[in-house]
Design a protein around this ligand. Sequence first.
Ligand code: GAL
Length: 431
Amino acid sequence: MRRWLAAVSITMVSVLGLAACGGDGGGQTAQTPAAEGGGKQQVEVFSWWTGPGEADGLQAMKKIFEEKNPNYTFFDAAVAGGSGDKAKALLQSKLQASTPPDTFQGHAGAELQGYIKAGNLEDLTPLYDELKLKDVFPEQLVEQISVDGKIYSVPVNIHRSNVLWFNPAVLKEAGVAGAPKTIEEFVAALEKVKAKGKIPLSIGSEWTVTHLLESVLLGTLGADAYNALFKPGADWNSPQVTTALQSFAKIMEYAGDPQDDWQPAAKQVADGEAAFNIMGDWAYGYFHNPPEGGLGKTSKTDFDWAPSPGTEGTYLWLSDSFTLPKGAKNREGATAWLKVAASKEGQDAFNPKKGSIPARKDADQSLYTDYLADALKDWSSNKLAGSIQHGVAVNQPWLAAINEAVGLFIGTKDVKALQQALADAATANAQ
Ligand code: GAL
């Protein structure tokens, strides 16, 4: 796995000329965090939250961090690119060179387990004991970030992947009565929108197509059969998976021109150019936040939401968490960051802006209104399924194989080849 990741990181880093943002996400060239003139120590926080909507949550937590820690400054080492494809490649090369950031964002679940097993992370159990964190995070979530009873990250939120965002006016104009509840209804609605000359379904860069695929798999198979796909020996060649992939291929026929990332694709819905977009609820932050960071749109008028077709009653979840890498230059500063990320105050500042609900069970519920109130309600009552694209269900090499299969499919549209490639990816990577 390490070898594979190293190869990817070298290619990505050299081809893309990646550089950390530095400062406030202003896209400057990377600098080495060090003590500043005033004697303040920098804390290098690595994420991929640079874009509109995403950066707002991080800024809110940064503010609290700097207020509470006058001796530290926050060094924003975020690398642009939704879902962290580019950031994770650069991170891998930093880890391999033993020059880790002071703390980095990693997804709870299989992705984090990869870092733990590679020996990249410090055990945070003492911090959990000190802050009594086991009492405030859901037990199932703590399991996803633990190995052999030791806990390795601080989850800051819960995101939902299976959200269908739609433009109510575009649906009305096309004669679509409301959010489609099944895959069949979805295809019928896409057809009606197409007939009106609008973009039926907006998509972004390649990872957003894998993101769409996970919702279609869940919507076709149901939560139990979907979750079973990630167990050793799972049958990815089953007729049910074939049906799901045929639906996926059908839905993709209605996709608009691929946009650069998830934001411009989501914007097509908010602007009334497209009817639907299936994207995680970070899109809510983007739609809803005021214009400095978001689009300042009005919910239910400019955009509306529903579980993606066929997935009502299931929360296709993921969680962003922060870590303490071994060899962090500013270990104490990183721990101070983790304390803010773990705190009720930090989570309640971050999540309403990020479009996520807090990982802590004791957050101030009154802050979570509109879409986020629905999310909180569903999180407490729905079945759970783990996201593929965002690190829960599959580890990095498995995700890379899935992304490759989906990338090829976009060109060939060959469902049989896609299914075979997905089956091969599972055989090679399921543990
Ligand atoms: C996910 C991440 C979210 C959001 C999204 C789009 O992987 O967990 O917090 O940033 O990517 O970039």
